[in-house]
Design a protein around this ligand. Structure first.
Ligand code: ZN
Ligand code: ZN
Length: 368
């Protein structure tokens, strides 16, 4: 008899239903992951609302999968350097691993990639491409990273936001010893950037948030943020002024923008950065145009970088940071949901539910 696998399938905006699919048959080059957890981020919210998923319905969402290898072919074991029972974290992109971009390490630019975790439709065999399922298919070109199996599941599942913090603040922003950093936005990625920057030796880290982000700003301070700035409400502060005060009028070395949809923080990031500094833009604005005075970029000799996802190097460093136990990351995890509650999980992270205390949220298929 064919064993069946339960999965949450998105069939349209805000429509997720439970379905069962046959467990894939694996061979020498591929494998099967028993999903332990799948983290949820702002992209999941946008995908759920239908802003980022047109044309792929129906599909199994979940692009931050963590799990234990349940089945593995001989050649796959050799290629990945893992064995059955190992815990691994997966990357979203399944690149071709053969084109010029892939060979140069820029596999995120791969034009020949055919699959993506949490992205590929269920019409593509063998169906199980997303993390909101009991099992996920490990395609021969999957990029995976080994991670300590003794860590609590929800902490190991933070490899993705932490990887973003490492990649965006330290990788692209080049934050190093003694540098000052402004993080605009206090979600799990903003807080992760604080952690990464502090681990890299940043001297002063300033983070902004909304009045409703009180618990997140407090958490950011616990993880090393030196100053928090609330930008809205009656006591709202002008972040550019605050930065000038704190840096003796100079501006920060690096600004990282991670807010969803808002235009103002992009302008603030450019205004708050010192001459010759670096600005990293990571907060998607849903296609909105942002009013921009490009003279500021020229006259301040700024380097502006777009942050597209996380790469393997950043993921490895993030995992090393998690495994070091140096930061009490479990404090960031606020909600665990089961496979039947994917909609509740996403709506909780989005702040659409009465409980607005979410920071890190994950779906665990075996959670009851
Ligand atoms: Zn994500
Ligand atoms: Zn390629």
């Amino acid at each position: 008899m064919v064993e069946m696998v339960r999965a949450a399938v998105q069939t349209g905006p805000r429509t997720i239903e439970m379905r069962e699919f046959p467990k894939p048959v694996t061979g020498a080059d591929d494998g099967l992951l028993r999903v332990e957890a799948n983290g949820i981020c702002g992209s999941d919210v946008e995908i759920y609302r239908g802003h980022m998923s047109s044309g792929r319905d129906p599909f199994i969402p979940g692009h931050e999968p963590l799990g234990v290898i349940a089945e593995l072919g001989d050649r796959a074991a050799e290629r990945w350097g893992v064995q059955v029972g190992d815990r691994v974290a997966l990357e979203v992109i399944v690149p071709c691993r053969a084109c010029d971009d892939c060979l140069a390490g820029a596999y995120q630019a791969c034009r020949f990639r055919k699959y993506g975790h949490g992205v590929t439709g269920i019409d593509v065999a063998p169906t199980l491409w997303g993390g909101f399922a009991e099992y996920l298919y490990l395609s021969p070109n999957t990029v995976l990273h080994k991670i300590d199996r003794s860590l609590p599941v929800e902490v190991a599942a933070m490899y993705n936001p932490l990887g973003a913090g490492v990649r965006w603040a330290v990788g692209l922003g080049e934050v190093g010893l003694g540098d000052t950093l402004l993080v605009l936005g206090a979600g799990q990625r903003g807080i992760s950037a604080v952690i990464a920057a502090k681990a890299a030796g940043a001297s002063t880290v300033i983070i902004t948030g909304l009045e409703s982000d009180g618990h997140k700003l407090e958490m950011a301070r616990e993880f090393g943020a030196d100053h928090t700035v609330v930008v809205d409400g009656d006591d709202g502060q002008d972040v550019v002024e605050v930065v000038r005060d704190l840096t003796g009028g100079r501006g920060v070395d690096v600004a990282l923008e991670v807010t969803p949809m808002a235009a103002r923080p992009v302008v603030d990031a450019l205004e708050a950065t010192r001459h010759g500094g670096r600005v990293v833009l990571a907060g998607l604005k849903g296609g909105r145009e942002i009013p921009l005075v490009t003279d500021r970029i020229i006259n301040r000799a700024l380097t502006v970088k777009g942050a597209f996802g996380v790469d393997a190097t950043a993921n490895e460093k993030a995992i090393a940071l998690i495994e070091s136990g140096r930061f009490p990351l479990e404090r960031l995890h606020t909600h665990t949901f089961g496979l039947d509650e994917v909609d509740a999980a996403i709506e909780t992270l989005a702040g659409e539910r009465p409980d607005t205390s979410a920071i890190h949220v994950s779906v665990h298929p075996d959670h009851r």
